[in-house]
Design a protein around this ligand. Structure first.
Ligand code: PLP
Length: 429
């Protein structure tokens, strides 16, 4: 039944039916660490996977399961696994298939902490990363070697706004028997469904647009079920050979098409423990119910703000892929129907000082490093997140001194324009 629902309907209903006894219309919060067994046979059957049910909330929880099913439906995957944060989901994804001596080939346009995970943290555990410019597909292919386990990109990169050519990268990855993993946080499945373009795994920070309220951290990994792990059995022994960390289980045999998400759950989540709490899962699931209407409003507001800034005398440049002047505009049309969510950056005339001044002069728009909230947020990286970097290092990280990032929310557009206009007048040089 569910599979025939349109996106907006699935966002509200998928993953939860009122249970026959209590009939709660809202998704219940099973805030419990553990679940009771009927008897010894029942517990044996649960542990053997012979009956469906729950044992302990680190292994699975009904509220979290409902959220996972909702996201899997929206992203059109065979399974999803919710985790404590987007970062936990990204890390678990790489660790599910890569180990000592392996590498990930990644577009360098990435969220800073993901870049750090790949460049500095995972190498401490023997997993290396090799980076390519997101537009340089030849370089991407050259970097792939016998130990590469995946190609990785963000569909819309944070904060650069670069739009990945998902189909092009999927083709390269598949030519080498590798999966394409896409971080779809900024686009969300409402604007972009990476599996329709050939991606194999998607990951999200649900802290952002999925939850939409900025009140809860959470992450999710989604498995398309499309990647033929068993065909490249030698390349993916963690999925295709007996796994000591899962009592000798061969994931492709036990889980079939859902082998990836099966191992991610049984090994990464179970043993590393970065679970999403039932309370947080419920808050994110509630947020997802309004994803489509929020995103419509966010894209509407962001495009008007982008055009307003383009014309403003105090503004040097505007970068928003939905606008015609953006180098990725054509990709934005192909992959996102021309609408590119709420992250927009622009440069104010006057460099670092003017950027900081603008941020301080805003009265409605809140100063914060977060994105994806209903509230419009502003961040001037050169005076906040990137303040320790020199002008040259800022340039290397793709962040210029004057860059101001907006995460556009759902307020009335006139109030946002009024606030931006008065702040721009104060910092005009
Ligand atoms: N991926 C992207 C694209 C992000 O923007 C972020 C956070 O901003 C993350 C992953 C990490 O998410 P979280 O903060 O929920 O750990």
């Amino acid at each position: 039944m569910e599979r025939f629902w349109r996106f907006e309907t699935s966002a509200v209903h998928a993953g939860y039916d009122p249970d026959p006894h209590v009939r709660s219309v809202a998704m219940p919060i099973y805030q419990t660490a553990a679940f009771a067994f009927d008897d010894a046979q029942h517990s044996a059957d649960l542990f053997d996977g012979k009956v469906d049910g729950f044992i302990y909330s680190r292994l699975g929880n009904p509220t979290v399961r409902s959220l996972e099913q909702r996201v899997a439906t929206l992203e059109q995957g065979v399974g999803a696994l919710a985790m404590a944060s987007g970062q936990a989901a990204v890390a678990a994804t790489f660790m599910t298939i890569a180990g000592v001596g392996d590498n990930i080939v990644a577009a360098s346009s990435l969220y800073g902490t993901t870049y750090g995970l790949l460049a500095y943290t995972l190498p401490q555990y023997g997993i290396e990363a090799k980076f390519f410019d997101y537009r340089d597909h030849d370089r991407c292919e050259q970097l792939i070697d016998g130990n590469t386990k995946a190609v990785f990109c963000e569909s819309i990169a944070n904060p650069s706004g670069h739009v990945a050519d998902i189909a092009g990268l999927a083709e390269i990855a598949h030519r080498h028997g590798l999966p394409l993993i896409v971080d779809n946080t900024i686009a969300t499945p409402y604007l972009c469904r990476p599996f329709e373009h050939g991606a194999d795994i998607s990951v999200h920070s649900m802290t952002k647009y999925m939850g939409g309220h900025g009140a809860t951290l959470g992450g999710v990994v989604v498995d398309s079920g499309q990647f033929p792990w068993a065909k490249s059995a030698d390349k993916f022994p963690k999925l295709t050979q007996a796994d000591v960390s899962a009592h000798g289980k061969v994931f492709t045999e036990v889980y079939g098409e859902a082998a990836f998400i099966g191992r991610c759950s049984e090994v990464q989540l179970r043993t590393l423990g970065a679970i999403l709490s039932p309370m947080s899962a419920n808050m994110i699931a509630l947020g997802i119910e309004t994803l489509a209407v929020r995103m419509d409003r966010i894209c509407f507001n962001a495009e008007i703000i982008g055009r307003f800034l383009l014309e403003h005398p105090a503004v040097q440049w505007v970068s928003y892929p939905a606008l015609e002047n953006h180098p990725d505009h054509e990709r934005a049309q192909r992959y996102m129907g021309g609408r590119t969510s709420g992250v927009l950056s622009f440069g104010v005339k006057g460099g670092r000082e003017a950027g900081a001044k603008l941020q301080d002069a805003l009265t409605l728009i809140r100063r914060s490093t977060n994105i994806g909230d209903c509230k419009t947020l502003v961040c001037h990286p050169a005076s906040t997140t990137h303040r320790k970097l020199s002008a040259e290092d800022l340039k290397k990280s793709g962040v210029s001194e004057e860059l101001v990032r907006l995460s556009v929310g759902i307020e009335h557009i006139e109030d946002l324009l009024t606030d931006l206009d008065q702040a721009l007048h104060q910092c005009a040089v």
